[in-house]
Design a protein around this ligand. Structure first.
Ligand code: FA5
Length: 341
C-alpha cells in the first residue's frame, strides 16, 4: 500500500512540473487533491485497512497530501511571478518618449475684454461690485424710476421665472441701488459687471444674453464733467490715444440728464464706412447723472449727493477691438472662433 503511495506522490509531482499555466494547475489540483481526487481517495482507503496497517499508512498518506499541497502552493507562486514578469516586458512604457503636451485652456474673449476693462477702471479707483443675475421686478424697474406700466419697460422685456416678480435682469443698473444701499453713507466708485438677459430679436449686434459693465460714482461733488472724463479716459486706454468721444442727448428714466456715448469709428476713424453706417461714430454706452429718485431709493439725499452712471457692452467693445462682425459668435460655442483669442 505505501508503495502505491510513493508511486502516487512521484507521478503527481512529475505532472506538476509539466503544468505551465494557472488553468492547468487548477485541473491538477482537482485530480489529486479535489473531492474525488487520488489523494482523497487514498485517505478514504484508510477505513478498509486492518488496525495494524493503519498507523503507517495514515502517516504516509498525510505526508503525500502535505507534499502535494506544498508543491501546489510553490507552483502557483512560480506561475504568478512568471505572469507578472511577462506583463512587465509586454506592457512596458518607454519613459524616454516625449510626453503629449497638455492643451491649456484660454479665456473667453468676453472674459478677456472684461478683465481689460477691470484693470482700466481699477486704475481710476473703481472697485468691482457683484450684483445678482436673478433680480426682482422692483430692483430691475421700479427702484430705477420705472413704476409698473412705465413705457420704458417695453424696451427691456425679459425672461420671467415661475415666481411672480422674479426675473432675469435686463441690465446691470439694478445693481446701482444695491451698491448704494451697501455703501451708504460712504462715497461710491464701483463697476458692476455681469450677464444681462433680454427678450430680443437676434441680430449681428444683439444677443438675448450679453454682458454689461455698469459704472457708478456717488459723492458730494460729482458732475457731468467727471462722467465725460472717465469715459474718454476709458475709450483712449481701450482703443488708443486720440480717440474722439461724443455725448448725444438721450433718455433713460434712471438718469437726468441722459446721454448715449459714441466713439469715432475704429475702422474709418470718422470718415464713414459700412461698420459705422457712414456716420463716422459708433455707440459704446448709455450714461447720465443718477436721477434724484434713484439716489433716494439707494438711501442718499439728492440735495446733498450727486452721481454719474454708465452702462457699457463688453461684447460690443470686443467686437470693435478685435473686428468681430457678429455678436452671435460669442455664445455659439464654436472652437474655431474661441481658439483665436
Ligand atoms: C441700458 O441697459 C442702461 N441700463 C445703460 C445705462 C446705465 C444708462 C447707466 C444710463 C446709466 P442699453 O439698453 O442701451 O442701456 O444697453 C447698454 C449697452 O449694453 C449697449 O450700449 C450695448 O453695448 C449693450 N447691449 C444692449 N443690448 C444688447 C444686446 N441685445 N446684445 C448685446 N449687447 C447689448
Amino acid at each position: 500500500m505505501t508503495k502505491d503511495l510513493d508511486h502516487l506522490q512521484r507521478e503527481a509531482l512529475q505532472a506538476l512540473e509539466a503544468v505551465d499555466d494557472e488553468g492547468a494547475l487548477t485541473g491538477w489540483r482537482t485530480s489529486y487533491l479535489g473531492r474525488k481526487g487520488e489523494v482523497t481517495e487514498a485517505v478514504k482507503a484508510l477505513g478498509g485497512l486492518s488496525p495494524a496497517e493503519r498507523p503507517a499508512y495514515g502517516r504516509r498518506v498525510n505526508e503525500v497530501k502535505q507534499a502535494l499541497e506544498a508543491g501546489y502552493e510553490a507552483r502557483l507562486q512560480e506561475l504568478k511571478e512568471a505572469g507578472q514578469a511577462r506583463s512587465l516586458t509586454a506592457d512596458a512604457v518607454d519613459v524616454t518618449l516625449p510626453g503629449r503636451p497638455p492643451r491649456p485652456g484660454r479665456l473667453h474673449p468676453a472674459s478677456r475684454t472684461l478683465r481689460e476693462m477691470y484693470s482700466i477702471f481699477g486704475e481710476m479707483g473703481f472697485q468691482i461690485y457683484r450684483s445678482c443675475d436673478v433680480e426682482t421686478d422692483e430692483f430691475n424697474f421700479a427702484l430705477l424710476n420705472m413704476p409698473p406700466h412705465h413705457p420704458a419697460r417695453d424696451m427691456w422685456d425679459t425672461f420671467y421665472t415661475t415666481v411672480p416678480g422674479v426675473i432675469l435682469r435686463t441690465h446691470t443698473s439694478p445693481g446701482q441701488v444695491r451698491a448704494m444701499r451697501a455703501y451708504y453713507p460712504e462715497p461710491i466708485r464701483v463697476i458692476l459687471p455681469g450677464m444681462c438677459y433680454r427678450y430680443e430679436q437676434l441680430t449681428a449686434r444683439s444677443e438675448f444674453m450679453f454682458n454689461q459693465l455698469e459704472g457708478l460714482a456717488v459723492g458730494e461733488t460729482i458732475t457731468m464733467a467727471d462722467l465725460k472724463g472717465t469715459i474718454v479716459a476709458f475709450a483712449r486706454r481701450m482703443f488708443g490715444a486720440g480717440r474722439q468721444v461724443r455725448f448725444r442727448a438721450s433718455h433713460f428714466p434712471f438718469t437726468e440728464p441722459s446721454a448715449e456715448v459714441d466713439m469715432d469709428c475704429v475702422l474709418c476713424r470718422g470718415a464713414g464706412c459700412r461698420v459705422c453706417k457712414y456716420t463716422g461714430w459708433l455707440e459704446i454706452a448709455g450714461a447720465g447723472m443718477v436721477h434724484p429718485v434713484v439716489l433716494e431709493n439707494g438711501g442718499y439725499d439728492p440735495d446733498r449727493y450727486t452721481g454719474f452712471a454708465f452702462g457699457l457692452g463688453p461684447e460690443r467693445v470686443a467686437m470693435l477691438k478685435y473686428g468681430i462682425e457678429d455678436i452671435r459668435y460669442f455664445w455659439g460655442n464654436d472652437l474655431r472662433f474661441l481658439a483665436q483669442f
